[in-house]
Ligand binder design. Structure first.
Ligand code: HEC
Ligand code: HEC
Ligand code: HEC
Ligand code: HEC
Length: 127
């Protein structure tokens, strides 16, 4: 009985989630409604700043994920990054998680993640 109840409420949840997903897609799926910037992935933004594939990828053609040291080579270490984001509360570049890989949050060819949201509800907007 208990299992059946859970099952029913789960499928209701699923129906809701799918409906919400469709509604979101209808509302925001049309990229012409987004500003050009928010539609761009990090690799595109780098390209716009004159940073080509091989400034990040050391192998030709690119095929591997880019290491954190390549990112910090241009952007500085966590201390420098923490200064740039010091107005953000809490600071995403200075936390009890220490010097984690940039790729825990920033992705270059897909939408970035907020790693901290696995445990917290900070409203970070990760570029
Ligand atoms: C060759 C130098 C270079 C490398 C390597 C590089 N970046 Fe950048 N990055 C830039 C420049 C230039 C900009 C645009 C100006 C700025 O915001 O600093 C930029 C912008 C950014 C931004 C801000 C984007 C925005 O729209 O606000 C983020 C986040 C970022 N880089 C993360 C990374 C990560 C993560 C890596 C490693 C995977 C990386 N960068 C590698 C030079 C570099
Ligand atoms: C916990 C998630 C997280 C990690 C890990 C992380 N960042 Fe960020 N990063 C953010 C968020 C959130 C912002 C946006 C801050 C803001 O709103 O100004 C940001 C912004 C940036 C910016 C733009 C700063 C500016 O002045 O506009 C750069 C460059 C950047 N990150 C580089 C890096 C690099 C390089 C690494 C790895 C060494 C890294 N980040 C690791 C979350 C993260
Ligand atoms: C800002 C640094 C940066 C730039 C510029 C960049 N990449 Fe990447 N690339 C990455 C990172 C980091 C990954 C790991 C996956 C991710 O974060 O999306 C990756 C992964 C890849 C992969 C492996 C498949 C995958 O998605 O994991 C390929 C192929 C690739 N990049 C091709 C390119 C090409 C082609 C360009 C130029 C048009 C380019 N990259 C520009 C950072 C970069
Ligand atoms: C695996 C779970 C987990 C992750 C991931 C995580 N945290 Fe936490 N965080 C905790 C726990 C547990 C506490 C302590 C809870 C408390 O005392 O309320 C904490 C506390 C904090 C606090 C309050 C600490 C203080 O000084 O009182 C801040 C700020 C914080 N985390 C920021 C971050 C940021 C930023 C990230 C991402 C870089 C992050 N956390 C990722 C679990 C996590």
């Amino acid at each position: 009985m208990r299992f059946r109840f859970n099952h029913v409420s789960f499928s209701k949840y699923l129906t809701f989630a799918v409906a919400a997903g469709v509604a979101l897609f209808v509302a925001f799926g049309n990229s012409s409604m987004l500003s050009a910037d928010s539609a761009k992935l990090l690799a595109d933004r780098h390209k716009a700043a004159g940073i080509e594939c091989n400034s990040c990828h050391k192998e030709t053609p690119p095929k591997e994920a880019v290491k954190t040291e390549v990112c910090t080579g241009c952007h500085g270490d966590y201390d420098a990054l923490a200064k740039r984001s010091e107005k953000v509360e809490p600071n995403p570049h200075e936390s009890h998680e220490g010097k984690i890989e940039c790729g825990m949050c920033h992705h270059s060819h897909r939408v970035s993640d907020n790693y901290c949201s696995r445990c917290h509800a900070f409203g970070f907007k990760v570029p």
